[in-house]
Ligand binder design. Structure first.
Ligand code: FAD
Ligand code: NAI
Length: 465
């Protein structure tokens, strides 16, 4: 079998690259070791986590807010089996959708582990050991990432678990311990907190979601404490032990004080590592650096026909970043001149309220010595937020002190995940805070908070504050 392009890995990086290659007229194959397509994102990442976040949010709304809305129902109960079953149905619909798209675009799907024989030859080994060999002009590596274990406490997948197992629990934990207050820890921690678990987060640094603007982590701490979550920030975990019926976590604060937590599950969410096992990179002379495949600005590896995209290369480990890179590589193959604007890849945490961010953080601007202005607008001053009782959070706009160009948009609040697209659009077109403040925003909407924060940034004259 001969191809113009072979893509290894069918996550959002790989399947988007394959579709774009096929659209551009390349004969394309996609190789996936699992039986279902879609990679981490569709099978054990973005999609199933959002399904559980939505279900658990419905539960807590029914439990805690319906009565205030004037809706009287008997006390709702969690049916975790049904919740997980619905989540699995959502995953199936999505992965089946990718299989359909492969057929539609006449992309050959080869199931098995892909490994290099040489730079133009790939061996695909199926589960039953059957081997198929294909030749290809170009290769796109999109093999993604896996959860990082603690060096002293590997995942036992029973009580010391990664996000993959946390999406498949058969019971609502009594005490769900989370190590790492980053994106996964806060999303999945909040799922179980809403379902009634006691949730304790142990975070090494002094703030939650530490890569985002510092103000967001502070507010997230406040709102998730209201949900009943407990936090030990600035704590280094020293041991995690499965004792049979429970898991015991020990950690140490900077002042040397120690804590011991006992729970039924410990989610270790301290980051993910690029995945290249079994790929046979040695056969083509590619060496990983800190696990990542090194690439140049064209996403080309040191071998001229082999490219790499998504979680396996540098940059944010995000599905939409992987997708942009898939399109970027395919279009380069066709002689086009595409571009990925990495600063404008938004980041979102799907807690409730949601957290969303694009551009520079205030901490980055300070470090860079850039003169900036800040405009803040709280959700509680927003009519729309009061109507829906979603008054937690704020919009923060960072703008250049001299030119007024928007440098960063940071939102924590209801529907922030969707609102951030407006921030990306404004920044792609290099809008000033005044530009946005003079655009009509429908009333009553959450987006009015963006307009108001821009008014605050540009001339310190919000209307409703
Ligand atoms: P992956 O999706 O990891 O896909 C790689 C694929 O390659 C896998 O299917 C793997 O089986 C296959 N593969 C590996 N090696 C081989 C081989 N040798 N041969 C054949 N196949 C191989 N990102 C967001 O943007 N938004 C979110 O809401 C979000 N939520 C997340 C929630 C969780 C719980 C997790 C774990 C991640 C989440 N992410 C989210 C991150 C997102 O899933 C990843 O950034 C994204 O999946 C990366 O895409 P990728 O194509 O690079 O790799
Ligand atoms: P993360 O990088 O978001 O957070 C890891 C957290 O663990 C950090 O706060 C870090 O300081 C802390 N940490 C590291 N070592 C520690 C230790 N030994 N003890 C205590 N704390 C420790 O990583 P996470 O949450 O595992 O997610 C992995 C990747 O998946 C992220 O890069 C993210 O981009 C992606 N993802 C994206 C989502 C989204 O876009 N909504 C959702 C879930 C995951």
């Amino acid at each position: 079998m001969q191809y113009n392009v072979a893509v290894i890995g069918s996550g959002p990086g790989g399947y988007v690259a394959a579709i774009r290659c096929a659209q551009l007229g390349f004969k394309t194959a996609i190789i996936e070791k699992y039986d279902t397509l879609g990679g981490t994102c569709l099978n054990v990442g973005c999609i199933p986590s959002k399904a559980l976040l939505d279900s658990s949010e419905h539960f807590i709304t029914a439990k805690e807010h319906f009565a205030e809305h004037g809706i009287d129902i008997p006390a709702p109960k969690v049916n975790i089996t049904q919740m997980i079953k619905r989540k699995s149905g959502v995953v199936k619909a999505n992965v089946d959708g990718i299989a359909f798209l492969m057929k539609k675009n006449k992309i050959d799907v080869l199931t098995g582990v892909g490994s290099f024989v040489d730079k133009n030859t790939i061996k695909v080994t199926a589960k039953d050991g059957k081997e198929t060999t294909i030749t290809t002009e170009r290769v796109i590596i999109a093999t993604g990432s896996k959860p990082t274990p603690l060096p002293f406490a590997p995942f036992d997948k029973k009580r010391i678990i990664s996000s993959t197992e946390a999406l498949e629990l058969k019971e609502v934990p009594k005490h769900f311990i989370v190590i790492g207050g980053g994106v996964i820890g806060m999303e999945l921690g909040s799922v179980y907190a809403r379902l009634g678990s006691k949730v304790t987060v142990v975070e090494f640094l002094d703030s939650l979601i530490p890569t985002m603007d510092g103000s967001l982590g502070k507010e997230l701490l406040k709102v998730t404490k209201k949900l009943g979550m407990d936090f030990f920030l600035g704590h280094k975990v020293t041991s995690v032990q499965n004792t049979g019926n429970e898991v015991v976590v020990k950690a140490e604060a900077k002042d040397g004080k120690t804590i011991e937590l006992k729970g039924d599950y410990c989610l270790v969410s301290i980051g993910r590592r690029p995945y290249t096992d079994g790929l046979g990179l040695d056969k083509v002379g590619i060496e990983t650096v800190k696990g990542q495949i090194p690439v140049d600005e064209h996403l080309k590896t040191k071998v001229d026909n082999i490219y790499a995209i998504g979680d396996v290369v540098r940059g944010a480990m995000l599905a939409h970043k992987a997708e942009e890179e898939g399109t970027f590589v395919a279009e380069q193959f066709a002689g086009q001149k595409p571009h990925v604007h990495y600063l404008l890849i938004p980041g979102v945490v799907y807690t409730w309220p949601e957290v969303a961010s694009v551009g520079y953080t205030e901490e980055q601007l300070k470090t860079d010595g850039k003169a900036y202005k800040v405009g803040n607008f709280p959700y509680k001053a927003l009519g729309r937020a009061r109507a829906s009782m979603d008054t937690d959070g704020f919009v923060k706009i960072l703008a250049d002190k001299q030119t007024d160009e928007i440098l960063g948009v940071h939102i924590i609040g209801a529907r922030a995940a969707d609102m951030i697209a407006a921030g990306v659009t404004a920044m792609e077109f290099r809008a000033s805070a005044e530009d946005v403040s003079r655009m009509s925003h429908a009333h009553p909407t959450y987006m009015e908070a963006v307009k108001e924060a821009c008014l605050a940034a540009t001339a310190n004259r919000p209307i409703h504050l």
